[in-house]
Design a protein around this ligand. Structure first.
Ligand code: 5GP
Length: 116
């Protein structure tokens, strides 16, 4: 499976589509989901070209992997979500109905999110 250079998150990373970046580090950025499913719904993506979770873990460096997960943690701290709670989701491939073929983690919070 090849990385689709035209996917919407590639365009956000290339700044072809203007997007407000909430937090950023060397390896990843975070921005708001365009169709939020919770009061707080952020997307965290690696800057590298990875399609989904297994692609990332199999091919990214440890620094890149740490970069993404530490940015998620920074968001949790920034918005004090450790107090009320939050959910992290990544959809990978067909059965998960992954819509955008660039790895992303959803960070959801701001209300009781119900069962999985
Ligand atoms: P998936 O179903 O692939 O896990 O989630 C893709 C997410 O990307 C969806 O929640 C959708 O609302 C979001 N999304 C799709 N296009 C855009 C866009 O152009 N900008 C932003 N910020 N989010 C998008």
């Amino acid at each position: 499976m090849y990385y689709d250079e035209e996917n919407i998150f590639a365009k956000i990373l290339n700044k072809d589509i203007p997007t407000e970046v909430i937090l950023e580090n060397k390896y990843s950025i975070a921005f708001k989901d365009i169709a939020p499913r919770a009061p707080k719904h952020l997307l965290i993506i690696p800057k590298g070209k990875y399609i989904k979770y297994d692609d990332f873990l199999n091919n990214a460096s440890k620094d890149e992997i740490y970069g993404v997960f530490s940015l998620i943690n920074e968001l949790v701290m920034k918005f004090e979500l450790q107090r009320s709670g939050y959910r992290i989701i990544t959809n990978a491939g067909n059965d998960a109905n992954q819509e955008v073929p660039h790895l992303h983690f959803h960070l959801l919070a701001g209300r009781n999110l119900g069962p999985m």
